[in-house]
Ligand binder design. Structure first.
Ligand SMILES: [Zn+2]
Length: 397
């Protein structure tokens, strides 16, 4: 239930704390030097699109990672982040017009994360107002998903609520949750799925970036804002859907990238964060344990498949790379407290470092992005040192 051509065999590399710490430093230093040299980041040949101002492929994601690591006192970045963020904001305004869904507030491509970073460092109420106005745009747009739509703006509202405790964020979160849940369709013998209108087509994606699991993330993160009864109802619907959409055998489980009602026997091929088992595990691991043993087992089977499949050829990165798959192990470690999952996460970490170093030799440059590049890998390495499972910009901002 996966395509072995997309994976490398796992190398037997021993976990060495100093090597891991060094890799984090090297990744951060390389990005800082690059920014100091030109205030721009070159696109990596393995990324399809340009490195612009956004959180996913662009400078905002790199700023996010550097400020996060600096706050944790892992690195010392002597950069004028305030000026850099101001530049990203004006660049983003221009880029927005050419984006696929320009009228949505986009969490991974739009101004939301830039404004959030500005607010985080300044606590300026006028910037909070701008975040609010941006989130508000999604009230009149199609629901879509985490990258372009309402799941992303709900995450944003939830972070702002945590930071400010102002009621307006809670109300906005609830309003958007209502809108999203009104779009949830019942599918016989399956459960509940969305059909996000994305890039001109409506497809029932299941994963955490474009699909079902991604829409569930803000509902889990903001569960206190929903109330127990509502949250319990959501949990049982998610568990039902995830069990019924899984392709399983005794040891492994995987999910297709897109669920098709007319072809329910399609065999999944992808095992990466954005599509397939690791992303499902990572996105849903905070759902309650022990209320449905079938669900508990299926998440671990998703982890087993991720381990069995091995590191990804698409690179060391988060979205469709080895580090992203490793987050499924860190999540299962936190969920089950079974040390085996931490060992597996660390084995993937050492392989991700190996891939990062090899890639630099081949391409003579780093991959300067958060979601598809080295900076995301650095955060993963940091979590592997600490045995934490804080997926960047999703679990923590
Ligand atoms: Zn991806």
């Amino acid at each position: 239930m996966f395509d072995p051509n997309r994976h490398y065999p796992l190398k037997n590399l021993k976990w060495e704390l100093e090597l891991v710490q060094q890799a984090i430093q090297d990744i951060a230093d390389d990005a800082i030097n690059q920014i100091n040299r030109s205030r721009k980041l070159p696109r990596h040949p393995m990324d399809n699109y340009g490195v612009c101002s956004d959180l996913y492929f662009g400078m905002t994601g790199v700023i996010w990672a550097l400020t996060y690591l600096q706050l944790k006192q892992v690195i010392d970045a002597d950069l004028d982040f305030a000026a850099l963020l101001e530049e990203q904001l004006s660049a983003n305004e221009k880029e927005q017009k050419a984006m696929p869904h320009p009228d949505n507030a986009s969490y991974l491509f739009g101004d939301l994360p830039i404004l959030m970073l500005q607010f985080k460092s300044s606590r300026d109420g006028r910037i909070a107002d701008k975040v609010f106005q941006s989130i508000e745009k999604n009230n009149s747009q199609p629901v879509r998903e985490l990258m372009w739509g309402i799941a992303g703006s709900m995450l944003s509202a939830n972070f702002l609520h945590k930071w400010t405790l102002e009621d307006r964020w809670k109300e906005m979160f609830r309003l958007q949750a209502e809108k999203m849940l009104n779009d949830w369709e019942r599918i016989d013998d399956i459960g509940y799925l969305w059909s996000p209108d994305l890039y001109g087509a409506k497809r029932k994606y299941l994963g955490p970036v474009h699909g079902f699991a991604g829409n569930i993330i803000p509902l889990i993160e903001g569960k206190e804002l929903l109330g127990d009864k509502r949250y319990d109802d959501i949990c049982s619907k998610v568990i039902e859907t995830i069990c019924n959409t899984a392709t399983c055998n005794e040891r492994h489980a995987n999910w297709v990238a897109v669920f098709e009602e007319s072809d329910r026997t399609k065999i999944p091929e992808l095992v990466q964060h954005c599509h397939g088992a690791p992303g499902i595990v990572t996105a849903l691991s905070k759902l309650p344990r022990g209320i449905d043993t079938r669900f508990d087992e299926i998440l671990e089977k998703g982890g087993e498949l991720t381990w069995h499949a091995g590191p990804l050829k698409k690179g060391a990165n988060l979205c469709h790379g080895t580090a992203g798959n490793g987050y499924a192990f860190l999540k299962l470690y936190r969920r089950t407290e079974n040390e085996l999952w931490l060992e597996r996460a660390r084995a993937f970490a050492m392989n991700a470092i190996d891939q990062y170093r090899l890639s630099k030799e081949i391409y003579h440059q780093g991959r300067y992005t958060l979601w598809t590049g080295d900076l995301g890998t650095a955060i993963y390495l940091w979590d592997c040192i600490n045995g934490e499972a804080n997926f960047p910009t999703i679990d923590v901002f």
